[in-house]
Design a protein around this ligand. Structure first.
Ligand code: MRU
Length: 355
């Protein structure tokens, strides 16, 4: 029996879509202004897409990969080329600018590599081939999320509480979400009785996005300050921490939103299980372990002000790394659409992802 045979009504708990292709523009649900302004920003060329990825207009590892793929389709409109190989050459600068938009999530480079591969093998129909590939990347992501939702929820005992971090939902993917997909599935199946979301300072993905997204779908969630997580675990109200990933290394070490690592440490201390949920496009078997991952550092201004109002004394500086790496030894399960890797290490990762 397939894991999806026993699934549920996916659409009932999944209404938000962050990326819309109109045929001549890429529309991105502008996540900088949620939850109070719900509006789409239109990108008409690939540099606008790169800027939108950098500015977090669109964010979340799978979503930035999908946006970048559509960025290549837009870039293709600005060049003339007789076949895919010539187009690939002409598109190289645009591809590099898209790739440089954010460094940590491997999905960006993965999606661009797929677009490059398609071009390299395409003849005169290379424009259509590019568009088909962007559409496929998006459709495959939604399908993977639904599969992971069912597989991850199956690990959770009925009546459990979960804590999640950042936003890993429909907003961060083609739809349904990764960790939030597991939560959607777990709630629908009655396995998850309580959902807690950390606010995710400094950009507040949890406070501004996750609880809003869940509210849109009729799923009750309780927001906590990031600093309340260990105390919550001590109360016994959560049995699992369920998070997404930006890059999973060959040994299972996982980069994700800053704060994930301390959640994993606190979870282990309190006997709470720790689950990472990500599509295989987030798995990077070329990177051996977490210390080799480039960690994005953003403008300290994100820490020094809130919605444009300075909250910290003038003259004070800040350090703003926006991802951290959770060592594989602190992870109980990595859930992907290709399978679940329990207590991940290099051999167990290889058994599912090869190499
Ligand atoms: O800086 P962000 O908001 O792009 O960071 C997002 C995360 O860290 C997510 O947990 C990760 O990308 C997985 S999204 C399905």
């Amino acid at each position: 029996m397939d894991i999806l045979d026993d699934a549920f009504d996916f659409d009932r708990y999944d209404h938000v879509r962050p990326i819309r292709w109109t045929g001549d523009a890429l529309e991105l649900l502008d996540q900088r202004h949620l939850p109070f302004e719900v509006g789409y920003a239109a990108c008409r060329d690939s540099d606008e897409v790169a800027a939108a990825i950098h500015a977090l207009t669109v964010r979340g590892a799978p979503a930035i990969g999908i946006a970048a793929a559509w960025g290549v389709v837009l870039a293709a409109r600005t060049i003339e080329a007789g076949d895919g190989a010539a187009a690939l050459h002409a598109l190289q600068p645009a591809l590099e600018r898209l790739n440089a938009a954010r460094p940590t999530a491997v999905n960006l480079a993965w999606a661009l590599a797929r677009m490059r591969r398609v071009l390299a093998g395409a003849g005169t129909g290379w424009r259509d081939a590019l568009e088909r590939e962007a559409r496929a990347i998006e459709a495959e992501d939604l399908a993977a999320n639904r599969r992971m939702g069912a597989a991850g929820a199956a690990l959770i005992a009925p009546g459990s509480g979960v804590l999640t971090h950042c936003n890993t939902g429909s907003l961060a993917t083609a739809g349904f979400g990764t960790a939030l997909g597991v939560i959607r599935a777990g709630v629908a199946q009655g396995r998850i009785a309580r959902v807690f979301a950390g606010e995710t300072r400094p950009w507040n993905q949890g406070a501004r996005l996750t609880v809003w997204e869940l509210h849109q779908d009729g799923i009750e969630a309780t927001l906590i300050a990031d600093s309340a997580a260990a105390h919550l675990m001590k109360t016994g109200r959560v049995q699992w921490v369920v998070v997404g990933a930006d890059r999973i290394c060959a040994n299972g070490d996982t980069a994700n939103k800053i704060g994930t690592y301390q959640l994993a440490i606190a979870a282990r201390h309190h006997g709470v299980k720790f689950m990472v949920v990500a599509p295989s496009s987030t798995v990077d078997m070329d990177t051996a372990s977490g210390e080799l991952i480039e960690i994005e550092e953003r403008d300290p201004a994100e820490l020094l002000a809130f919605r444009g109002t300075r909250t910290v004394a003038e003259g004070v500086d800040a350090w703003n790394p926006v991802f951290d790496v959770t060592p594989h030894a602190l992870i109980d399960a990595i859930v992907t659409e290709r399978g679940v890797v329990e207590r991940p290490d290099v051999d167990r990762m290889r058994a599912v992802f090869g190499r």
